[in-house]
Design a protein around this ligand. Structure first.
Ligand SMILES: O=c1nc[nH]c2c1ncn2[C@H]1C[C@H](O)[C@@H](COP(=O)(O)OP(=O)(O)OP(=O)(O)O)O1
Ligand SMILES: [Mg+2]
Length: 205
């Protein structure tokens, strides 16, 4: 059976995916060296940033449509099975936006600007939505695995190591993602919840 490749241009995602899948009651063995080299190899030979840009710029739509389009395209380029992941950050006051477009808002506005987007709205509620997509190969319909964690947008607290981690506080924790130890985030995060579904599927293949 050919190797399943997780395609991403984001090293922080890769780190969390490895940590989550190799832990838990039914751990999935990951050859981290080969995963790393696939990741490096993929990025060197087929510049995913470029691919990702095209997909992000041209495929507009719901999180599910964006996620499927990216995975379909990655499977075509790899000519084999693969997994991709899309993360959305959705604001209740904005009807779920920015959603899959959070990356662009974060790049242009920063943490403070993300907070300012909600000035004048009473609700600071938000949810993080992770969508893994699995595609069996070129021309196959991707299957989606979603995980959602509810919380609120808050002024930045904690180290700014990964995206919007400092401005998202999961409900009931009193801590932002950035303030949590990795082990805590990785047991309640949007990514963890989606990976728990993907884990079951991968083990059934
Ligand atoms: O747990 C997270 N905690 C904080 N920030 C996060 C997280 N997960 C994704 N993020 C950020 C990265 C990017 O600014 C946006 C998602 O965009 P998204 O297209 O899914 O990621 P990406 O382009 O960095 O990597 P990829 O090559 O897998 O598409 O939210
Ligand atoms: Mg992307």
């Amino acid at each position: 059976m050919s190797k399943l490749i997780f395609v991403t241009g984001n090293a922080n995602k890769l780190k969390e995916v490895k940590a989550i899948l190799s832990a838990g009651s039914t751990p999935i063995d990951i050859d981290s060296e080969s995963l790393d080299s696939k990741y490096a190899l993929f990025r060197r030979d087929l510049p995913f940033r470029y691919v990702s840009r095209i997909l992000v710029d041209e495929v507009q739509g719901s999180t599910q449509e964006v996620a499927k389009a990216k995975c379909r395209r990655a499977a075509e380029l790899l000519k084999g099975p693969c997994i991709t992941e899309d993360t959305a950050l959705c604001f209740e006051a904005l009807g779920g936006l920015p959603g899959p477009y959070i990356k662009h808002f974060l790049e242009k506005l920063g943490h403070e600007g993300i907070n300012n987007m909600l000035v004048g709205f009473e609700s600071k509620k938000a949810w993080a939505l992770c969508t893994f997509a699995y595609c069996a190969g070129p021309g196959e319909e991707p299957i989606l695995f979603e995980g959602r964690t509810d919380g609120a947008i808050v002024p930045a607290r904690g180290p700014a190591k990964f995206g919007w981690d400092p401005v998202f506080e999961p409900a009931g924790t009193g801590l932002t993602y950035a303030e949590m130890p990795a082990e805590q985030k990785n047991l309640l995060s949007h990514r963890y919840k989606a990976l728990e579904k993907l884990r079951v599927y991968i083990q059934s293949l």
